[in-house]
Structure formats: structure tokens, C-alpha cells
Design a protein around this ligand. Structure first.
Ligand SMILES: [Zn+2]
Length: 93
């Protein structure tokens, strides 16, 4: 399972993921993924918000279902298809 984890987050509005397609080797850059606003007055991890998005390779149309978690402290994402060695880079905006 591939994943990323960003600690000491501070809320951002959106993020863009990039990684190599396991099917065709294309460099995938996702569309901007909107990040829901966590409850900033809470410090409990149990108040974290889970959300999902699908990233599609623009070359081979492989679909990747991503699961994300955002809390006031951090944001993380995971995907079942890619390996944990896969480097996923994330840009926030
Ligand atoms: Zn591909």
C-alpha cells in the first residue's frame, strides 16, 4: 500500500499528488484535490475527516482510489494499488 503523511499541517485548501503509474510508467499528476476543513478547535484525532478521491492516469486510464484523512494536525493519504516504496509527492495550495 502506498501512502504519504504530512505532519504539522495547518490547514491547506487543496493538494496535488504526483507519482509514477504502476501500469504504464507515466508520471501522473492529479487534478487539484480539495481538502475539507477539519474542526480546528479540536485536537482529537477521532475528529479527523476521511475523504476519498479517484486519480486517473491520463495515459492508460488506470484508476486509483485514494483514501485521505485530514485533522487539524496532519493530512495523510493511502492507496491499495501502489507499493509502499512508491514515492508520492504532494504539493499544497
Ligand atoms: Zn498509466
Amino acid at each position: 500500500m502506498g501512502y504519504f503523511f504530512q505532519n504539522g499541517f495547518g490547514h491547506q485548501n487543496s493538494m496535488t499528488l504526483s507519482y509514477t503509474c504502476i501500469n504504464c510508467g507515466n508520471n501522473i499528476t492529479s487534478n487539484e484535490i480539495e481538502i475539507p476543513s477539519p474542526n480546528m478547535s479540536s485536537s482529537k484525532e477521532s475528529d479527523a475527516i476521511n475523504f476519498e478521491d479517484v486519480i486517473v492516469c491520463d495515459k492508460c486510464d488506470m484508476e486509483y482510489n485514494w483514501n485521505f484523512t485530514v485533522s487539524p494536525m496532519n493530512v495523510s493519504g493511502s492507496n491499495e494499488d501502489i507499493s509502499e516504496d512508491e514515492e508520492v509527492s504532494v504539493e499544497y495550495s
